[in-house]
Design a protein around this ligand. Structure first.
Ligand code: AMP
Length: 431
């Protein structure tokens, strides 16, 4: 019986996996350029970690978590995002005491949300993200945005929309919350049941409501910009000025509040529309937080983070044919001609692999036509041909599959010859 994937999950297969690898490698390289180091946390965490950080009033915690009791009766959750785990780790390991501030880390791995699957939306998806913790300067906020922007440019995106907003400091949000309660209080009878709950737990969440009738009411709601303290306003303007200084275009979008409760000050999202006019939603998103570390039992350190969705990035890059060179490539394809040659062929392949050359070898006695087809499928640069005549002379025929030139090489000289050929190739690459 064939067994299907759980709804909302997907396999990443062959060329696609190579593309993921390429995207992830580039993200890591750019994060490294900007001084971030990797931090890996478990996929399972105590449920309380997310109710405390992502927040009781967020859709993620209310409806989307994969939560279960383990055999020891502990409530465990598959992480719906990776920031909370990173903060827990920073607190548990007291990194703020042993590392210079800001602590700058990146992460990569799967996250799980029980959402309605649709284009660009999965129940298991991969996030790459960074966190910079321990410095209050808006320069730190700007740096994370600039890193994200640089990574998207390096991946080949020609145009990106950066939407940005501020949620102000605690004081700004307190005043804004009062204004929202007053406004929505007058309209609540016409709004959805979720909004009734949000009205009590966190009226800011109402701004994120997707119900069409509610969106109309939200449009006329008070704006955060009218409730910012002077300090919050200044900090936001500093971030915007820094971005402008580095030629990063942005759109201030006052409807942007983000789905997680821990943000304050600047929040942002990166968007991209394909040539065919398709948008998969935000490619990446993040923001500044003030209370996250202290909420998890650490000192009062603020931070800023950003997370990209690998599936969405791959989806739009693939759509617009922005991904190149992800076909399989090997250096050598070793071809035994006849059953006698199988063992020698395998020995030669092992020697080439041992010397660091990507090598594939045929295990069967196949005709020339098939062997060359397979070499082509493997994206091989050279064919190493071994038949009875070659074996007797302890040599191989080495064929350049691009130029079709061929030479004979003694078994004993093969690695030296390979080094020579690939040194010449490397040399060409550099010019
Ligand atoms: P968030 O943690 O909600 O701020 O999401 C950060 C990024 O993760 C988004 O911009 C998406 O690219 C990606 N993402 C979030 N949820 C999903 C999902 N259900 N499926 C695929 N990607 C997602």
């Amino acid at each position: 019986m064939e067994i299907n994937l759980p709804k909302g999950t997907h396999d990443v297969i062959l060329d696609e996996a190579r593309a993921y690898e390429k995207i992830e490698t580039l993200f890591k390289a750019v994060a490294d350029l900007y001084g971030f180091s990797e931090l890996r946390t478990p996929i399972i965490e105590a449920t309380e970690l997310f109710t405390r950080s992502v927040g009781d009033s967020s859709d993620i915690v209310r409806k989307e978590m994969y939560t279960f009791k383990d055999k020891g009766d502990r409530s465990i959750t598959l992480r719906p995002e990776l920031t909370a785990g990173v903060m827990r780790s920073i607190v548990n390991n007291k990194l703020f005491a042993t590392q210079d501030l800001p602590i700058k880390v990146y992460y990569l791995g799967p996250a799980f949300r029980y959402e309605r699957p649709q284009l660009g939306r999965y129940r298991q998806f991969n996030q790459f993200g960074v966190e910079s913790v321990g410095i209050t300067s808006p320069l730190s906020d700007a740096e994370v945005i600039m890193m994200g922007y640089a990574a998207l440019k390096m991946l080949g995106f020609g145009h990106i929309t950066l939407k940005i907003n501020t949620l102000g400091d605690d004081e700004s949000r307190k005043a804004y919350r009062v204004a929202l309660k007053e406004y929505f209080g007058k309209h609540l009878d016409k709004m959805c049941p979720d909004c009734h709950e949000r009205y009590e737990s966190n009226p800011l969440r109402i701004l994120d409501c997707k119900v069409p009738e509610d969106i109309e009411i939200v449009k006329k709601a008070p704006k955060i910009s009218d409730y910012l303290t002077e300090a919050a306003q200044e900090s936001f303007e500093f971030v915007l000025a820094t971005l402008a200084n580095f030629d990063i275009k942005y759109e201030v979008d006052e409807s942007l509040v983000r789905g997680l409760d821990y943000y304050s000050h600047v929040v942002f999202e990166f968007h991209y529309t394909t040539e065919a006019g398709v948008s998969l939603g935000a490619l990446g998103a993040g923001g500044h937080y003030d209370n996250l570390v202290s909420e998890l039992g650490g000192p009062a350190l603020s931070g800023v983070g950003l997370a990209f969705g690998i599936e969405r990035i791959y989806g739009v890059l693939e759509n617009d044919k922005l991904l190149q060179d992800v076909k399989e490539e090997t250096d050598f394809y070793v071809m035994p001609l006849g059953d006698n040659a199988l063992l020698d062929a395998y020995m030669i392949a092992q020697a080439l692999r041992g010397a660091g050359y990507r090598t594939e070898v045929c295990f069967e006695n196949k005709g020339f036509k098939t062997l060359f087809k397979r070499a082509e499928h493997k994206g091989s640069k050279y064919a190493v041909i071994i038949g009875d005549t070659e074996m007797q002379a302890e040599q191989v025929t080495l064929k350049n599959l691009k130029t079709q030139e061929q030479i004979t090489v003694k078994y004993a000289d093969l690695i030296d010859k390979a080094d020579q050929l690939f040194a010449v190739e490397d040399d060409h690459d550099h010019h």
